[in-house]
Design a protein around this ligand. Structure first.
Ligand code: FAQ
Length: 331
């Protein structure tokens, strides 16, 4: 049920070795692949899968934080959070548009999500229990998203790479607003500091899971690296994230929930403990604390938006008919 759908997959594509080699040569020469260029079906399918998953993540990712807009502690915090959540909606739309250049519609992608065939990031299946969680999401979840997305600005597929440039700029603002919330709490009353610590305790491991399985278990990793869709492996990005985030947590005076986390002078990196992969796969396969609620919320929004889609279509048809009538009258 949870294998990613391959929308529009062609099974009869005749791709001989010469075609595949010529394509790889373009990739190796760092040429951007554009929508009308010939491309292997596997390349197209990989992009539809990844960009679709990414788009769904942005849209589902609006839900945990949206939960706190009405309860933000000040007008300033509310305005910033509102802007952040709106940005995420915008990111989802750029990404759906980028995927549409590969011949799938947003409607098809949404249907795959609602049918449980398309994935979205595991991180959004955890609940936001306190205001500190909004700080932790900005700091850690957006921080992890940036680490993963900066290299995607150099992805071989032009529309995805270009969409990522603006997305990364906005994610950077999101990360700072989250860190600022954490800083305020960490320097506040003992109760506020405890809230920040509790949020770090709950969000740290799920944030590390955002980077995906170990390289040895990453089904698509090698091929995506060869096609320069991915520029770094899951484990490389996870390590970069740990290395840059731990000093930030130490500056806040907080403790990471990992007794094995320590600087390794020889490697020039932090060592860290093993991720609970059973939990990761359980959440990916629909068994996380909030999976059902998240999909139910998306289903409700889709159902309630049906009249808007119908009205937009009827309006577009009317305009087209009017334009055609005007053209005929002029002839
Ligand atoms: N959750 O072979 P790999 C954000 C799946 S945006 C769920 O290594 P790949 C902004 C994977 O799909 C966050 N599923 O796969 C924001 C595959 O399943 P499939 C989203 C996961 O594609 C912030 C299977 O496991 N970012 O946070 C996860 O080479 C704050 C095997 O994995 C993106 O989507 C997971 N964590 O590498 C919004 C970035 N990890 O498809 C609101 C673009 C793996 O065969 C608030 N995506 N899987 O059925 C990527 O870079 C890649 O797709 C990876 C996975 C790195 C996520």
């Amino acid at each position: 049920m949870y294998s990613q759908g391959l929308i529009g997959a062609k099974t009869d594509s005749a791709e001989d070795q010469a075609f595949l080699d010529a394509f790889q040569k373009r990739i190796d020469a760092e040429e951007k692949i554009e929508p009308n260029d010939p491309m292997p079906e596997g390349y197209r399918r990989t992009l539809v899968r990844q960009i679709g998953q990414h788009a769904h993540s942005e849209i589902v990712g609006m839900l945990p934080e949206g939960n706190w807009i009405t309860r933000a502690p000040s007008l300033r915090r509310k305005a910033a959070l509102l802007a952040k959540v709106q940005d995420e909606g915008g990111h989802g739309l750029y990404l759906y548009s980028a995927a549409e250049t590969l011949g799938v519609s947003r409607e098809e992608m949404t249907e795959e999500l609602l049918a449980g065939k398309a994935k979205y990031s595991s991180i959004f299946n955890y609940p936001t229990l306190t205001w500190a969680d909004i700080g932790a999401i900005g700091w850690l979840v957006d921080g992890a998203a940036i680490m993963n997305q900066i290299p995607l600005c150099r992805c071989s597929y032009g529309p995805y790479a270009r969409a990522m440039i603006r997305v990364c700029k906005e994610e950077s603002f999101h990360q700072r607003q989250g860190y600022e919330i954490m800083m305020t709490l960490a320097n506040g009353t003992p109760e506020q500091k405890e809230m920040a610590q509790d949020a770090l305790n709950r969000w740290w491991w799920p944030s590390l899971m955002m980077f995906g399985p170990h390289d040895s278990d990453s089904q698509h990793g090698d091929q995506s690296m060869r096609w320069k869709i991915k520029r770094f492996t899951n484990d490389e990005l996870r390590q970069q994230f740990v290395d840059s985030t731990v000093p930030q947590g130490e500056f806040l005076g907080l403790t990471f929930p990992d007794p094995n986390l320590k600087w390794n002078e020889e490697r020039g990196h932090y060592d860290f403990g093993e991720i609970d992969w059973d939990e990761f796969w359980r959440v990916v396969k629909g068994g996380g604390p909030m999976n059902k609620e998240r999909l139910a919320a998306r289903q409700k929004a889709w159902d309630e938006g049906a009249w808007v889609r119908e009205a937009a279509l009827a309006h577009a048809e009317k305009r087209k008919a009017r334009a055609e009538a005007a053209k005929m009258a002029a002839e």
